[in-house]
Structure formats: structure tokens, C-alpha cells
Design a protein around this ligand. Sequence first.
Ligand code: GDP
Length: 431
Amino acid sequence: MAQDTIFALATARGKAGVSIIRMSGPKSWDAVRALAGSLPKPRIASVRVLKSSDDVTLDEALVLLFEAGHSFTGEQSAELQLHGSPAIARAVLSELSDIPDCRIADPGEFTRRALENDRMDIAQVEGLADLIDAETEAQRRQALRVFSGDIGALVETWRTQLIRAAALTEATIDFADEEIPDGLFVEVAELAQTVLKSLRDQKKGHAFAERVRDGFEVVILGAPNVGKSTLLNRLAGREAAITSDIAGTTRDVVEVRMELEGLPVTLLDTAGLRETSDVVEALGIARARDRADTADLRIVLVSGSEMPVGYVSRETDIVVVSKADTGNAGGLSISSKTGLGIDQLIALIGERLLALGDGGSVLIRERHRLAVDHALDALNAAETWLARDYIEAEIIAQHLYTAIRALDSLVGRVDVEDILDEIFSSFCLGK
Ligand code: GDP
């Protein structure tokens, strides 16, 4: 089916050094020719004067052409690198929209075409979306791994092993027990085991990968007036929470998003944990306790050796002595006033968060975890059936297929043709 040719401003709106208009589809080179008069060689940037249909000069631009099969979308494409003025971009976009069969692209349409033309799989599309959204170093690295196709590569390994297991199993269906080679189901079980282990490893790291994407919650706990809000401001580098020496100022949870040691962190300042008869303050304290329960990491701020009321310690808690400038001392002492100990605290927060990593994972979304869970269920079932005395090959094969389909859904590929191919080509019981 002939596609429309789409175009859009690929750079952010507004003034800039350069603005780029991108085009994709069968008419993109024709559109460039209409504006630039002549075409440069593909993939060699060349300067052209762009003119409107009534011969008014619009801009001098760097023009780049890509042949079908050599572009981001897989289609014939072009880029116009313009001087970064909103007026130029507007004029060129308006000219393009007058060219027949050319239209402004829908959001994400270039990537959708890349997906449709098999230039990337669905997980890579997700990686690309995350890469564009990445604000911290850890997010950039993680998204780049997914965009580069790490999920696809893993799926490929898993499916090769499972297809072999399914093919071996399937091939026994029409055979009498005594005809089945010794050790065949041992190999099937080993293949399933290998994939199970790899899936479990990936799942272990999922929670961490998801946090890298969405942010870690770090909560600051402590008695009123111990200096929580001041610490939050010091860490955030700006006045994010109200500080005062009237106990109970922070009645709710104050959140600040920041980057600590390359990781995205939402830092939470909580209402001072203390006994109170003030209803509003009590609500704040209840919320603080809830958030403290689910936080990834807790910083417990103390002024001496006394712990906050109702505090139940956790192994990963970082206990910090506040207001070191006033003579308070203890393990890790800090002063949010002078900055003493703050760098050590930041390093420790980064270290503790990274320690949650557990080997890392490319399963960065809930969708990925669900697909892997589905595959794990199927493989666990296959294992149970494999452990029985009487082997039900058809049931085992079904579970293996279910696992393969679940894993294929990670990259958006679901077909059984490959399984059939494997059965008929590489496997033969000699009949
Ligand atoms: P919160 O109730 O725990 O959030 O405490 P605040 O951050 O509002 O601080 C209570 C009081 O302690 C304020 O007057 C702060 O200026 C003061 N304070 C906080 N941190 C320090 C510090 O490191 N050194 C000194 N000298 N005073 C501090």
C-alpha cells in the first residue's frame, strides 16, 4: 500500500542554532526537489537555497537524503537543516503541506513506520521513548541498552533454546515409548532450566530497572526540628521545603525530584514523627509513616542518640546525626548549614541505591515483567510435567509454546512458523 509522505519539525520549537525538518515516504525526494531545485547525492549533506512555489527564497539549508532501506524509517527520507528561526520553520512546513500526498506527521509516526518496516522491534521503540525522556545518567544508559536491542537479543537466545525443546518434545508425539532416544527429555528439561534461570535473573533486576526509569523514593525521617527540611533543601540545592523552628511545620509530604550519583531520586521530607493532638499534623504523620514504609531507602536524621518516636529500623537505613556545626557528633554527622558531611551522605545514598541493583535487567517496564511472568508460569508448568514418570509430550509442548509466545510478545513477534520450520528441517528421528 502506498504510504503518504510525512514531514515534521524534528527539533524543539523556538529559536535555536539549527532546526531540522524530517520527511519520510515515497514523495520525500520530490518534495525536496520542489523546494531546492536539485537533489544532492544520498547520504551526502549539501547546501541548497530553498524557494517557495512562487519563487520567494525561504532559507539556505543543508539537505540530506536517505534511500529506502538506509533510513531511520526504512523509507525514502530527507532532512532539511534550517537556520533555527521559528519563522523559517513555519514557512518551510507551510510549503511542504502544499505538495500533493505530503502531510504533517502524527506524533510518533516516524517511529511507527520504523517498526512497521522492521527497522526496530517494539522493545526498541520503548527504549527509544525512554531514551528521549532520560534525564539522568543511569536512565540514559539503561534506555540505550534497550534501544540498542538487548531485549531482542535475549529473546532470540531464549526462543532458540525453547524452540529446540519444543521440537524435541513434539517429535516424540507420534512415537512409541521405546522409540524415543534416551536422554531426549533430559535435554528438554535442561533447556527449560537454562531459560528459567535466565528469566529469573532478569526478573530479579526488574524492580531496580523500573526504579531507574521512574525514580527511587528516598525518605527523610526524624523528630520535629531535627533538620529534615533543611537537609532536603541542601540536597536539592534550592528552597524546596519550608524550614522553621516551630515544630510541626512540615505537615504533609514534600517531594523533590533530583539526580543523585546519576540516579533519579524523589526525595521526600516527612512530617516530624512525634505524638501529637493536632488532627492535621497527625494526618501528616500517618502519611509520612506510609511513605516511609514503601520507600526504597530511608535517611534517619537524629540530633543525638535518640531515635524518632515509633521508628522501626531497617537494615538499609542510613542514620545521620544532624547539626554537626552545633557540636552534635556520632557516626555520620552532617551540617545542612555548613555542608559538612553532605558529600559523604550523597555518596552513601548512591551506594545504597545501587546495591538494590541485583545484577541489572533489561525488563524496564511492567509490560516486560508481565510477559516474563507469563513465560515463567508456562515453563514452571512444563518442568512439573517433565518431572512425572509418564511423559505427556503434547502437554509439555503446549507449555513450551506458551512460553515462546509470551517471550515473543516482548519484541512484538508472535508466530509459530519458526517452530514448525525447526521441527521439519533440523530434527529428524530417522523416519
Ligand atoms: P524539620 O522539622 O526536621 O524539618 O527541621 P527544619 O529543617 O525545619 O529545621 C529546624 C531548625 O533547625 C531550623 O531553625 C533550621 O535552621 C535548624 N537547622 C537545620 N539544620 C541545621 C544545621 O545543620 N545546623 C544548624 N545550626 N541548624 C540547623
